[in-house]
Design a protein. Sequence first.
Length: 343
Amino acid sequence: MPDFSNFFSNDMAVDLGTANTLVYVRGRGIVLNEPSVVAVNIQDGRPLAVGTEAKRMIGRTPNYIQAVRPLKDGVIADFDICEKMLRYFIRRVMPRRLAKPRMVICVPSGITAVEQRAVREAAEFAGARKPAFIIQEPMAAAIGAGLPVHEPTGNMVVDIGGGTTEVAVISLGGIVVSQSVRIGGDELDQAIINFVKKEYSLALGERTAEEIKIALGSACPLEEELSAEVRGRDLISGMPKTVVMTTEEIRRAMEEPVGAIVDAVKVTLDKTPPELAADIMEQGIVLTGGGAQLHGLDARISVETGMPIVVADNPLQSVVIGSGQCLEEFEALRHVLISPSTY
């Protein structure tokens, strides 16, 4: 006889990220991975496109259409748009909903109780069953990266997302020390935009800056420095212009935000109890999130901290996999979730 339990199960975990939103459905795995962008008609407030389709519109819309990113620095900047985006994603994943889904949502460890409540209310307005559960991103990332979070050993995770970098030391199913800095992939893109504007009088869009970061970005010197053409608008003539930039220049452009990420790791290590620090020395620091893919970042953190560094197998999906694991083993992992009564 077929097993209908998964068919009727509509529990979902949502990694509501500044750059991307990922959705995990119990029994099905990751079913959605889309940019956290909504294109809105500003005349009547109607959302015209969500996700990938909306991201393609960034910097290319007529003046009555605005491509909005409802999250900034890991927290909700536009509640109304965020709720519409969540509702759209829930419907995409479960078009024929039998009941309201139980939902686990990831939040940065440094957000306030008010910001936590905003995330929970957005989920509930979008159709989640009350109460919506919350999990802190570093905990979800550690579970998703396969770290033994319940054991009495120190596990250190650095989750570098689009809007925040979360550094945490976890032991016995709880966060012992954590540091959350509102610096992530977006700040790296902005640093490139500012550098190119200052050095070359060239205006770049967000998407171009992100492409440059992926192609030329690095955190420490490369064996062979690369170069590539960068196209933008000349701020003096107003005409399109192309310049050739090197990996060394892009590294210089991103030095300040990269340095801030490394400092957050150092500050957390400094606050870590000696017994746990000894465990981390043995097992290494695990990097997750999109920023973990920045070339040479692992080597840079290793040199500055003296610790071994391990990049998670699937850094972009660690957080949502960990949140999904909390649904699959809800009773066993329930204590790592934050429910409204614990605010």
